[in-house]
Design a protein around this ligand. Structure first.
Ligand code: ATP
Ligand code: MG
Length: 597
């Protein structure tokens, strides 16, 4: 593609370059309405302005959207937004058996969650740009009849197996079907009989009549309508014939007056058929020029995940995960529950760009984008994930032996002092992390060690005076004494310098809850590489359930509130399992990458 060779401005890509050139040259400024006002084609095109670009995002409602789709969503909706056009949100629902309303709903949720809307959009801000391919079945049927009438399509009576043999190979031309020369009248009547349910599923098929010797196998009379008695989620039992995807898709684009039909590279070989079909329908007066054009870009391949709907369906149906929104799945519903954020996906898609070369993107790039966004947006909180007790033996107790409590003040966000501080209560018994105490410290270990000093973050410097172990030899309790003049935020806080700084939660005030430590679902960068079964590459430790001790303020947060748990990573209150006053948390991502070799 020549546009690739011209210099592309920063933050741009070859598709943007094409769009900008088309706008500059006014390619679409003369566009007229397809059809006449009031008819379905006219309706499909929506409201003016015909001069603006129109893109589309055309998911098939046969599964949940995944991270790969996010790339396509940001590209298509992003182009429309940036160039004042419209992106049509279109369900490509031409394959009834695998489609359902559940998928329609989840796909809509995901698009909305990523920050895009199909309501009140377009230059006039009054357009609803959600479309269903199945609304065009009548028009598609008419298009098929028009092809027949003009000698561009025929009904074939060969079996699927016979057609496969006659199709030829990459090196060998195909052979014409013995039914290829049926008359227009015979084809029309057979096609109508197909529609009227007079023939069994698979017994007849409508094919385009192009060239069985074409070097492009996709042009060897590809099928355009098949008989399939299946209930459709939108049209019910109205139809027993359904259009093939490759026939339906260009027509959908043309009816909606899409300008730039952007798809993934595997459709490159389909482009000649796309252009052939729309060309024939324009000749027949069914469509108006300029016609939409197809452009291909490289799909997203991400290490450590699978982005194939079939595999995702298997993972869900065979219970390798807990459902479509399992936080370990690369579905957008799963990513959301995991605590990933839409802005992180935006940053990610900007960073990886759009190109025509297939490549693998490292999963850490996605995680780093989430870290970057969450670092900015998340308030800090304290959580002890693997608790042991720390007793401050010289801490004041009341006459009845009960520990006193005092307020310490922790900043909500180190980069945003305007967010203020919150109170964290300190008392005689605290929870600290098991790994923050070492009986025989290794070199460079600056946390709690026998006789050593450490700062309790936002509190005092303490000195370790002893520890207790259980029968198995595990440390259960550490004892210490605090140095009363050293409280953080007081003039004496700097009087003693210590190297270590550990976090803690008061035992009497802690909120105990479940925390799910999620990790990657696959342990191999390329699950199922070669001929291996991707299921063998599932990471057996992709989730660890723990009972953690959290600072009391975390008890009252809302589902989907996100925090950085200091020293641990980013966490979100699970949107499904959190009850009022009893949130549970999911680890979104650790502070640093533990996977890099
Ligand atoms: P199927 O095999 O069911 O067609 P699909 O992943 O292509 O699966 P669609 O619902 O057809 O699913 O996808 C909608 C749009 O998202 C298409 O335009 C497709 O090109 C794009 N898309 C799908 N997967 C990726 C990916 N990994 N990277 C970028 N775009 C993608
Ligand atoms: Mg697809």
């Amino acid at each position: 593609m020549s546009a690739e060779k011209t210099p592309i401005p920063l933050g741009s890509n070859f598709i943007r370059a094409i769009v900008e050139k088309d706008i500059e040259q006014g390619v679409y400024s003369t566009r007229k309405w397809a059809g006449t006002p009031g008819d379905a084609a006219h309706h499909a095109a929506g409201q003016p302005d015909p001069a603006k670009i129109r893109t589309r995002f055309p998911p098939e409602p046969n599964g949940y959207l995944h991270i790969g789709h996010a790339k396509s969503i940001f590209l298509n909706f992003g182009l429309a937004r940036d160039y004042g056009g419209v992106c049509h949100f279109r369900f490509d629902d031409t394959n009834p058996e695998k489609e359902s309303q559940e998928y329609v709903d989840s796909i809509s949720d995901a698009v909305k969650w990523l920050g895009f809307s199909w309501e009140n959009v377009g230059p006039e801000h009054n357009q609803n740009s959600m479309y269903f391919a199945s609304n065009y079945f009548d028009l598609m049927y008419r298009a098929a009849e028009s092809l027949i009438e003009n000698g561009h399509a025929y009904v074939d009576s060969q079996s699927a197996e016979e057609m496969r043999i006659m199709r030829g190979t990459l090196t060998e031309a195909g052979k014409n079907s013995p039914w290829r020369d049926r008359t227009v009248a015979e084809n029309l009547s057979l096609f109508r009989e197909m529609r009227d349910g007079k023939h069994a599923d698979g017994s007849l098929i409508l094919r385009s009549k192009i060239d069985m010797a074409s070097p492009n196998i996709n042009l060897r009379d590809p099928a355009i309508y098949r008989i399939k008695r299946a209930h459709h989620h939108n049209t019910g039992d109205k139809w027993c014939i359904y259009p093939m995807y490759t026939f339906a898709h260009p027509i959908e684009d043309a009816l909606e007056q899409i300008t730039h039909s952007i798809c993934t590279l595997e459709f490159e070989d389909q482009r000649p058929f796309y252009d052939w079909l729309l060309g024939r329908l324009a000749e027949a007066g069914m469509l108006a020029h300029p016609l939409p054009k197809q452009y291909e870009f490289a799909r997203l391949n991400l290490t450590y995940v699978v982005l194939s709907k079939r595999k995702l369906i298997d993972l869900v149906e065979d219970n390798h995960v807990s459902g479509w929104d399992d936080p370990r799945l690369p579905t957008l519903a799963g990513a959301r529950r995991r605590g990933y954020v839409a802005e992180g996906f935006k940053l990610f898609t900007d960073r990886i760009g759009v190109s025509k070369a297939d490549s693998w993107i490292e999963y850490t790039i996605l995680e780093d984008c989430m870290r970057e966004v969450l670092n900015e947006s998340s308030e800090r909180r304290i959580a002890v994930l693997d608790p042991i007790k720390l007793v401050i033996d010289n801490y004041a107790v009341d006459a009845d032996g009960k520990s006193q409590t005092e307020d310490c003040f922790a900043p909500n966000h180190p980069l945003k002092p305007e967010l203020g501080k919150r109170v964290v209560p300190l008392s005689r018994e605290l929870w600290i992390e098991r790994e923050d105490f070492m009986e025989t410290p290794s070199k460079g270990y600056f946390r709690l060690v026998p006789d050593g000093l450490v700062r309790l973050r936002y509190g005092y410097v303490v000195k370790c005076t002893g520890f207790e172990k259980d029968a198995a030899g595990n440390v259960t309790t550490v004892h210490c004494e605090y140095l009363p003049d050293t409280k953080s935020g007081t003039p004496g806080s700097d009087s003693i310098k210590v190297k270590g700084n550990i976090h803690w939660v008061s035992v009497a005030h802690a909120y105990e809850t479940e925390v799910r430590l999620y990790d990657r679902l696959f342990k191999e960068a390329h699950p199922g590489a070669g001929d291996s079964d991707y299921l063998n590459d599932i990471n057996p430790n992709s989730v660890t359930l723990i009972t953690a001790q959290l600072e009391p303020s975390l008890k009252d947060v809302n589902p989907e509130d996100r925090f950085q748990f200091e020293r641990h990573g980013y966490f979100v209150a699970d949107r499904k399992d959190s009850l009022a006053g009893k949130p549970v948390f999911n680890r979104t991502v650790t502070l640093r990458d533990a996977w890099q070799k």
